[in-house]
Design a protein around this ligand. Structure first.
Ligand code: ARG
Length: 470
C-alpha cells in the first residue's frame, strides 16, 4: 500500500477524486479512518465485472465509442492480471477499491478511463459489487451445505441400526438410532439451504443506474446491465437501491442460524467424545493435544465452531444497528457493512468445509452407545404403550410404569430384567411378549412412521436427503 499522487487531472492536486473543491488535505489518521481499501479490495473482481457491464451499456447507448469500450476492456484485463499477480499498487490515498481501479485505468488508457464513471456513482457501484460478491458466496455456501447434508446422510445410512440413548434435559429419555440423531442436523441444514436460496433472490437485484441517489440524466439501459451481470431484477427505486442493505442482514441472519446449528452439533461432538461418554472419536486432524497433559486429545475444532458462532451473531447485530436510524439515501455509515459481512461469509465457508470432512470421518463406538441406552429405563414409555394396548388408559399406565421403575431402582436392574411374575404384579394381562417392547431394538423398530427413529425410516429419510442433492 503506497501513498501515490496522480499525474491525471481528475486526481490532481492532492490525489483525491474530489480534491479541487478542498483547500487542505485530510490528516493521516483521517485518511486511514475513512479509507476502506484495506478490506474492500477483495471486491475487485466484482467491481471490474460491474464496470465492464456498465461500459458495454454506455457504448450501446452511444456515450462511449467502440474504441473507448475496447480500451476499457483491455485496461481492465491488465488490472485483473496485476491484482492476481499481486503487482497492483493499492493506494490508501485513493480511499477504496473503486477509486484505486479507476485511477489505474486512467493511467493505463487515459481519457477513455475517465469516461467510464459517466452516469454512475460509487454509491450504486459499491451496492452492485457487494451483491455480486455475496451472490457468489451464497452459491458456495449452498453447495457446502449440500455436501454436509450428504455426508450426514451417508453416515446415517451406516448407522441406521446403531442404537444410542435419546436425551431430554440431557437425561436418558428413549432409545433412538444414531442415524436418526444425525439426520436431525441434516434437516436443520436443509432449512438453512432454503433460507440462503431465498435470500439469494433478493440479493440478485441490480442497483446500478441509481447513480448517487436520484438516477442519472443519461438514457441508460438498466436491463442490459442486469442481463450482462446475471441479475434477475432491477432495483425499482434509486434512493432505496443505494441505501438498502437488507440483503446483507438477511444473509447474516441465515449465517447466524447455520452457525447456531453447527454449534449445537459441536456441543454434542464434544460431549460424545468426552472419555466419560465415549460415544465417538474424531479423527486426530481435528483435535490437538495439551502442552502439559500428555493424555489429552482435545476437540479444538468443534470448540472453535461453538466459539465462532458468537462473532457471526455479532455481525448480524452490528449490521442491524448500522442501518437503524439511517436517513435516505447513502451515508458513509454504509462503508461499515463490509468487514462483518465478509467475516460472516468466511466463517461459514471455513466451518462448513471443515465439517464436511469431520462428519464423514467420525468413528462410532456402538458398544458405549448401547450400554448408555440400557441405563436410565429408556424403554419405560414402551411399557406404558404396551399397557395402553392392553386397554389401560395412558395416564394410569404411566403411573403403573413409574412403580415398576421404582422396583428396578431398588433392585438395581433394568425393566427388561424383571421376571414376568413381578411385572404381572403391576398388571395381570402382561404377557411374555412384553420383553419384545422392553428391548432397545423393539423400542426403536416400532417407531416406524414418517419422522420416527426406526431403522427403516432412517434409511428412507437419508435416501430422501440424498435424492434432494442428486
Ligand atoms: N467505500 C464506499 C463504501 O464502501 C464506497 C461508496 C462511497 N460513496 C461516497 N459517496 N463516499 O460505502
Amino acid at each position: 500500500m503506497t501513498d501515490r499522487s496522480s499525474p491525471h487531472s481528475q486526481f490532481d492536486n492532492k490525489s483525491q477524486a474530489w480534491s479541487a473543491r478542498f483547500s487542505e488535505p485530510v490528516s493521516e489518521l483521517v485518511k486511514r479512518y475513512t479509507a476502506s481499501v484495506t478490506f474492500d479490495k477483495r471486491l475487485a473482481p466484482f467491481d471490474i465485472e460491474g464496470s465492464l457491464a456498465h461500459a458495454r451499456m454506455l457504448a450501446t447507448i452511444g456515450i462511449l465509442s467502440e474504441d473507448d469500450l475496447q480500451a476499457i476492456n483491455k485496461g481492465m484485463q491488465t488490472i485483473r492480471d496485476e491484482i492476481a499477480n499481486n503487482t497492483f499498487d493499492w493506494s490508501l490515498d485513493l480511499e477504496d477499491v473503486h477509486l484505486n481501479i479507476e485511477k489505474r485505468l486512467v493511467e493505463l488508457i487515459g481519457d477513455a478511463g475517465k469516461r467510464l464513471h459517466t452516469g454512475r456513482s460509487r454509491n450504486d457501484q459499491v451496492a452492485t459489487d457487494i451483491r455480486l460478491w455475496l451472490r457468489n458466496e451464497i452459491d458456495i455456501a449452498c453447495s457446502l451445505l449440500a455436501d454436509l447434508r450428504q455426508a450426514l446422510a451417508n453416515t446415517a445410512l451406516k448407522h441406521a441400526d446403531t442404537i444410542m440413548p435419546g436425551f431430554t434435559h440431557l437425561q436418558v429419555a428413549q432409545p433412538v438410532t444414531f442415524g436418526h440423531h444425525l439426520l436431525a442436523y441434516a434437516q436443520m441444514l436443509g432449512r438453512d439451504l432454503e433460507r440462503l436460496q431465498d435470500c439469494r433472490q433478493r440479493v440478485n437485484h441490480l442497483p446500478l443506474g441509481a447513480a448517487a441517489l436520484a438516477g442519472t440524466s443519461f438514457p441508460i439501459d438498466r436491463q442490459q446491465v442486469a442481463d450482462l451481470l446475471g441479475f434477475d431484477a432491477i432495483c425499482q427505486n434509486s434512493l432505496d437501491a443505494v441505501s438498502d442493505r437488507d440483503f446483507a442482514i438477511e444473509f447474516c441472519s441465515a449465517a447466524a442460524l447455520i452457525m447456531m446449528h453447527l454449534s449445537r452439533l459441536s456441543e454434542e461432538l464434544i460431549l460424545w467424545m468426552s472419555p466419560r461418554v465415549g460415544f465417538i472419536e474424531l479423527a486426530d486432524r481435528f483435535c490437538t493435544g495439551s502442552s502439559i497433559m500428555p493424555q489429552k486429545k482435545n476437540p479444538d475444532v468443534p470448540e472453535l465452531v461453538r466459539g465462532k458462532t458468537g462473532r457471526v451473531n455479532g455481525h448480524l447485530i452490528a449490521l442491524l444497528t448500522l442501518m437503524k436510524g439511517q436517513p435516505l439515501a447513502y451515508n458513509k455509515d454504509n462503508q461499515e457493512d463490509k468487514e462483518g459481512l465478509f467475516d460472516a461469509a468466511d466463517t461459514i465457508r471455513d466451518t462448513l468445509t471443515i465439517f464436511v470432512d469431520m462428519m464423514a470421518g467420525i468413528q462410532v463406538n456402538k458398544a458405549s452407545m448401547r450400554s448408555a441406552a440400557l441405563q436410565g429405563f429408556a424403554t419405560a414409555t414402551d411399557l406404558a404403550d404396551y399397557l395402553v394396548r392392553k386397554g389401560v388408559p395412558f395416564r394410569d399406565a404411566h403411573e403403573t410404569v413409574a412403580l415398576a421403575v421404582r422396583m428396578c431402582e431398588q433392585r438395581e436392574c433394568d425393566l427388561s430384567d424383571l421376571p414376568l411374575a413381578d411385572l404381572q404384579t403391576f398388571h395381570a394381562d402382561i404377557g411374555e411378549d412384553v420383553y419384545d417392547v422392553l428391548t432397545l431394538e423393539g423400542s426403536v423398530s416400532v417407531r416406524n412412521h414418517v419422522g420416527g427413529t426406526a431403522p427403516e425410516q432412517v434409511r428412507e429419510q437419508a435416501r430422501r436427503i440424498l435424492a434432494d442433492n442428486a
